[in-house]
Design a protein around this ligand. Sequence first.
Ligand code: DAH
Length: 339
Amino acid sequence: MIDRIDGLLKEIEELKAKNMEELEQLRIKYLSKKGIVNDLMADFRSVPAEMKKEVGMKVNLLKTRATDKINELKARFEEQVEADSKPDLTRSAYPIELGTRHPLNIVRNEIIGIFSRLGFVLADGPEVEDDWHVFSAMNFAEDHPARDMQDTFFIESHPDIILRTHTSSVQSRVMEHAQPPIRIICPGRVYRNEAISYRAHCFFHQVEALYVDRNVSFADLKQVLLYFAQEMFGPDTKIRLRPSYFPFTEPSAEMDISCNICGGKGCPFCKGTGWVEILGCGMVHPNVLELNGIDSKEYTGFALGMGIERITNLKYQVKDLRMFSENDVRFLREFEAAN
Ligand code: DAH
């Protein structure tokens, strides 16, 4: 029996397992209830008394060795599993692609840059507005067609709350809390109930500028417009002002620039006229100053508003307005160089 145990001890020293399943087989073979060690324990009863001590020690040794060996092999497998699940820090990284700015943001930032060089500071207001800031405070008559359901999105349960149809509402938001000098620029999103097509959308973007102080004149407006046009479209750009009407300005004008696509010679973009309209402007109506708490006898001001999509189209000739809101990365990537 001693020899048999010695043989088993040697066998155990050299135990090997390829995987957890094989190891489990070994555990069953040596250490389970019907395993070799238990069998030896059972045989122990028939060992003559004078040998009991030696054989007992050997069987116990065998049990300890077998248990240690199997635990050692098990620990090795577990370490391996853990190592496999750890990130490999030596592996090279995936390339991280840089995003690009949206063309409307590129142009918006450029417009802000130009006006901030003239001392205009950023202002903003809510897109979900009330009728007062969008219309009443901007001198729209009660029955003005722009209030019509066809243009304006109303919040059903609150007829007084609307989605702003222009950024002119920010003029009122600023004037109600500030006294001149006021020199602000407000970019933002506006909403109109229009059928979506290549040339109209139910939301688009505008930039509004407002300057109110003592002795602000139409000449100041004109100079700012010329500076803006030449900074935006190049030093050869010409401007022209046509009389127009807005409830919140008097006098009002629309500004055209010489078509920067054909250089003023006439092309399909400018419909052969050599000019393209880019913004509305005028001297702030005295009613607007008064409605917003500014003394119209002491102060005058000018305001202007333009669509960012329109300016972007002039710069980049985007043919379909819908592309601006479709998030097609192939379209957006085209503006990588302009970032
Ligand atoms: N709010 C006008 C629009 O939505 C644009 C505009 C015209 C803004 C003249 C102005 C302005 O500040 O003076 O079409």
